[in-house]
Every structure is written in structure tokens, then in C-alpha cells.
Design a protein. Structure first.
Lengths: 373, 373
């Protein structure tokens, strides 16, 4: 393998490949990036068994391809080296004894390579009719839901995002059993077979770092035990979580006893301030109490003090309500909305709170209240 | 105590006072800020016994002073609350049972106060003829030296900055015995009595966050066991470290066998890249080897690989040299210079390396080489 490539070009693509290199992996070969130089261009591949990434630098972005070949080299080192090299043309050359030379005008690095054959052989297979979503939408789905996934390994299914597709309706759900986030969108095409998979949170966290906020398309190729995300620059394979996702469809009521309409920013800031006088050990509990056209949000730490926040409400439908919940969960939920007004919906003080936007019914946030008496 | 004050005004000054509140202090009263409201204005005072801070909001910056008084309240809570309040006018009022009301249009906080008499009585005394330096200079002194202080409590004197003044010459020295930073400046006035004190690193770290990068003056009021820094907005008292600072005057040679003049950026980047193939456990050792008009900087981690960096040198005086040193210490030292070219000065491979700038002889950095054979 021998080529000349601009530092910034190689760096752009190493930025993708490095995301498949786990920093904690004890299996040395999984800390590597595989370089495959063909006449078409240079493939960079990384994997940590849960996530695999493949990215491609086409030959027209490469200054010179001198000889084809494959090498496997420490991901972290090649990444850090290329990052710190000046913005010049870099020579990459595999030499005897499986070493890689990385040279610019004044710098010359030699890195020991690993056995190419030891690197896992990952199939980046595709289905015939992938699901197609635009980049913005996949980013929204992830941003609006995955904060609600569980970090408790005791219920593995809850540590991922449940993606269900029936006909042209896609429903993405995340819950840790104390709160739930649900995003519903319509696809351009109808799927033949229903889909019901659980994607690990970590894979989606890596994916969102690689998908730009634009209207280009991303393809989802869904298999029995894995999903391939394919966009212009990258292919990311994620394993799927085995197990059955709980049926959450009955958790969201059709009707409510109380609906309070509030200004999103005012409400967020009030909760944020009230949360100053809460303790994590008490689940950051705050109390919301509504009367005719205002609500009072209050909390206290007995030895420190207390707080009362007033916010104006525009009742669409109102039984008076007094209810306690986690300020942290409420703030996480509110942050996902992008409208001036949101609706807080209640059925008494022990049933889940639903937060939604009038303008956009694709997103629902649910929070289980805290019983304080 | 009762007053009305703009949120942003109070916040500006709480930003100073909070720096005297230690987050780890187990003595509750030291986690507090004392408010003293007089006809002249509002004083905010904090202390953790090592550092004490006093700041003053003059009455013309306060909307309304309704009744004078003193309160002592949790520093962290009042800081966080005021920070999150909207940019409105805040009412602060002490009420019965030593509570503080903090209210704006829609928010009302009550904080329990501590006993005013329990708060340490700190004397912010001044000397008749303080030493006067401008803000930029005190910032330079701190930035260019304190990284070289020791973190090892076994030699307390080395955990601070040594400040010596004789006549009008001020010399500030920091060393952890492996490297040394020395800054020499001339004061506008001559001191009557020589000064030789050791200021704790932490105090200077807090000071630099409060001193703006401008040409205003700061006064140093030096006492037997403390120093008061006084600027327009703040007074900071730091305790001093007891003990004798080692005599470092003979460590810096008058003449050198080898002087290499190098471009600062090129040299820094070469060291930075070479440091990629070093280990902290091996003191990040790199080797510099000079010949006629270039130097080679090299390092290696046997199982990973090696690196060679070439840099152009403009020898002012040159015996060839081969010497090993810590890349981390070298980068820390180089960062303090603000010129295009720096000089690396050597007397063989076991004597300290001196780094200096041709243009500015007020700053000297010293690094003890590493013996690798």
C-alpha cells in the first residue's frame, strides 16, 4: 500500500473511522483501523464488535495511488498523528516487516502494523429496499428520545431505542420506566414486513455525531440481528438488542382531566430555578399546583430554604391539579420541544404526565409523577 | 438588610465573592458569603481561611437601599439562584428568624441564614506604601511561572511562587525541582525593605481569574504572614507559605556551549508530535540531536513505533548536542514565550537546558534533562 493524500482529507475520514474504535477494548485488534487501498479509493474500517464503521475516500480525493494493499494499524495513534501533522500532503507507505511509514516534509513516523488477517471480516451487506429517512429527521428522532433510555443493564431491552415500523408509520420509543419519549413519523414508502427492533443507545450516540444536520438521505438496512445505516460518507453497522420491548401503547391516554398550556421558556426557567432547591437523593422532586390562570412550582430543602415560582397558564381544560415530579426529568423532556407553547396534560396526581406541543403531534413525552404522601 | 439591585450587577460581584468559597469546606460558615449593606454600598465577603475576598458594590450601582444590615448566607445557593434569575431587579430582604427573601416578579426564594457573629472577622488591612504593578503584568507573571510549581506537599515551599523584591527589582520563581520558571521585572518604585515571600499557587490561580487583562493597577500589600491584592473591584488576601525558598540563583549559567535558535511554532509542533510516541510512565522522554543547521527530535514506544522530526536551526553558537528531556515540560515552557524565535541553551547533556527569548530577557525557563544511559 502506498499513496499520497492531503492531511485534511484523510483527517475528515479518520474522524468517522475513529468512532468505531473503542477506547476501552482489551482486544488489541479492535483498537485498530483497517486501510484498504483499491483503484477506486481508500476504505477505512473499524469495529468493536457492537459497532462497525466503514468510510470511503474516492480516488479523485487522493493525490496519488502508487500501489494497492491493505494494512491494519492502531486507530488512536494514526488518528492523533494525522491530526497533529501540518496541512500538507502526507505519504503513507507500507514497508517490510509490516510497518507503516507516515511522512511529510519534516516529520516521519513509523507505526507497527497488525496482521491483516486477524482483523474481523465484517460484511456491510445491504437489503434490497432500505428504509430511507433524511438526516435531519434521524437526528431529531435520536435527540428527542434517547435521553430517556435506561442505563440499568438489568433490563437490557430498555437500554436501547425501540423502532417499530408498520406500513409507512415509524414509531420510536425510549423509556427507563420512570419516563418515556415517543416520536412518530411517516415514511415516504410502505414497508412490506413489519419491523420491531431495539437499537443500542451507544450506537445512536455515535451515529448522530457522524450525520450532518441537512436534508440528505440516510438508508436503514435492517436485518435479523443488526442494522446498517448508510449515508453518503459512512456505513455504520450496529448490533441489535435481543429481547422483547414492553408494549407502551396503552400508557398514553386519549383524554385528560387537566390540560395546562404554558410558554415553553418561562416554564423551563421556572423548573430550572425550582430545581436549585432539590436533592438528587430525593429524585429532584418539585411540586406543581395549578389554579385558574397560574401555576405555582415549589420545592424546598428544609435546612437550606424554599422557592416558589409563578407561571402564567392558558387553560384549555382545567381541573385544578397538585402533582409532584422530578425536575430533572421534566427539564430533559421540555428541551426536546421546539415551539413557543407546550401542553402539560394530567389525569390526577398519580397517573403519568404527558407533555406535548400543539403545533407538532409527532412527539410525546411522558413522566411518571412522584407520590409524596 | 433590605435593598433592590439589578440581577446583572449583583451577579458581576458574586462572581468575585464565590471564588473565596471553597466547595470542599467542611466548616459550614466558610461556605457562606457575608453581605454588609452600608450607606456607601454593599460589601460581599468570603473566606476559606487560606484565601479571603472582599468586593464592593457602591450605592450608585444599587437601585434602592431600604435598610442597612448584615447577613451571612450559603455562597453556592445565593450564587446559583441569582445566576438563574431573569435580568430584572431583585429584591433582597432579611426577615425574622434570620431568613433572606430573594424575589423577582415571578420568583420567590427563602434562604436560611447563618449567624453573622460566627463569620470570621477578617481584617483587610493595608500597608502605607504598597507595591504597584499593572494587571497585565501580574497576569503575565502568573501565567509564565506557576505551572512549574510543585504539587507535592512533602516540600511545601515548592507548592508556591517565590516573590523576591530588592530595590526596584522583582523576581518571581516557581520550581518543582525538575523544571524552573523565572520572571524578572522592574518596579516603578524602590522598596525600603527587601521582600522574600512564597504565595500559594491556588491563591494566584484564583487571583488571575479576577484580574482583567488591562493596564489598570493592582496593589500588593505584603505582611509577615499574608499578602493583600487590591484592585478596583476586589481585595484578595492570601496566606503565605512558611519556610525558606531554595536559592535558585546559581542554577542559571552565565554562558553556554551550545545555543540553538529555533522558530517557536515549528519547534513546538515538532515536540508536540514527537510526544505522541512517549509514555507518561517514561516521563514523556524525547531526544533532541543537533548537527550543523538542523535538529532531529525523536522518540519511540517500542511496541507501537517511532518518530523523527526535523527542525531548522539558526545556530548562534554550536557544539553538537544530543540530549533527552520531558516533552511535556518542554511544551509547558515554550508556551510561555510570545516571540517568533526562541533560544535553546545547553552545557552538555546533563546540565539544565535554558529556554529564553532574544527579544525579551525578563523570562527564563529551565528544564533538567533526563539521563537515558
Amino acid at each position: 500500500m502506498k499513496l499520497k493524500i492531503k492531511q485534511n482529507v484523510l483527517m475528515n475520514y479518520l474522524n468517522y473511522a475513529i468512532r468505531g474504535v473503542s477506547s476501552k477494548n482489551l482486544i488489541p485488534i479492535l483498537n485498530c483501523i483497517k486501510f484498504e487501498l483499491t483503484n477506486e479509493g481508500l476504505y477505512l474500517i473499524s469495529t468493536d464488535n457492537e459497532i462497525s464503521i466503514k468510510t470511503f475516500i474516492s480516488s479523485n480525493k487522493i493525490e496519488k495511488i502508487e500501489s494497492l494493499g491493505e494494512i491494519v494499524v492502531s486507530g488512536r495513534f494514526i488518528y492523533d498523528i494525522v491530526k497533529k501533522l501540518p496541512g500538507e500532503i502526507i505519504d503513507l507507505e507500507e514497508v517490510m516487516d509490516s510497518k507503516l511509514y507516515i511522512t511529510t516534509k519534516n516529520s516521519s513516523f513509523t507505526l507497527n502494523c497488525n496482521e491483516v488477517n486477524d482483523f474481523p471480516n465484517i460484511k456491510f451487506e445491504e437489503v434490497e429496499e432500505p428504509i430511507i429517512i433524511n438526516n435531519k429527521m434521524i437526528r431529531n428522532i435520536i435527540n428527542e428520545t434517547i435521553f430517556a433510555t435506561s442505563t440499568q443493564e438489568s433490563r437490557p431491552a430498555l437500554t436501547g431505542l425501540n423502532m417499530k415500523i408498520e406500513n409507512n408509520k415509524m414509531e420510536c420509543t425510549a423509556t427507563d420506566s420512570f419516563r418515556l419519549a415517543k416520536k412518530m413519523i411517516e415514511l415516504d414508502k410502505t414497508v412490506e414486513n413489519n419491523i420491531n427492533i431495539i437499537i443500542p443507545t451507544r450506537s445512536l450516540n455515535e451515529l448522530i455525531k457522524m450525520v450532518e444536520d441537512n436534508d440528505e438521505k440516510i438508508e436503514l438496512h435492517i436485518f435479523e440481528n443488526k442494522v446498517l445505516f448508510k449515508s453518503e460518507n459512512i456505513m455504520l453497522i450496529s448490533s441489535l438488542i435481543n429481547g422483547t420491548y414492553p408494549d407502551t401503547s396503552k400508557l398514553i391516554p386519549e383524554s385528560f382531566e387537566t390540560i395546562l398550556s404554558v410558554n415553553l421558556n418561562d416554564y423551563f426557567n421556572a423548573i430550572d430555578r425550582a430545581s436549585l432547591l432539590t436533592n438528587e437523593s430525593d429524585k429532584n422532586t418539585i411540586v406543581l399546583e395549578s389554579n385558574k390562570d397560574e401555576a405555582i412550582i415549589s420545592s424546598n430543602i428544609p435546612e437550606i430554604g424554599n422557592v416558589k415560582e409563578n407561571i402564567k397558564i392558558n387553560n384549555s381544560k382545567s381541573e385544578e391539579i397538585k402533582i409532584a415530579f422530578s425536575s430533572k426529568y421534566m427539564m430533559d423532556a421540555i428541551k426536546t420541544f421546539n415551539s413557543d407553547e407546550i401542553e402539560l396534560c394530567f389525569n390526577g396526581d398519580i397517573k403519568p404526565i404527558i407533555i406535548r406541543s400543539k403545533e407538532d403531534n409527532s412527539l410525546i413525552q411522558l413522566i411518571v409523577p412522584i407520590r409524596t404522601y
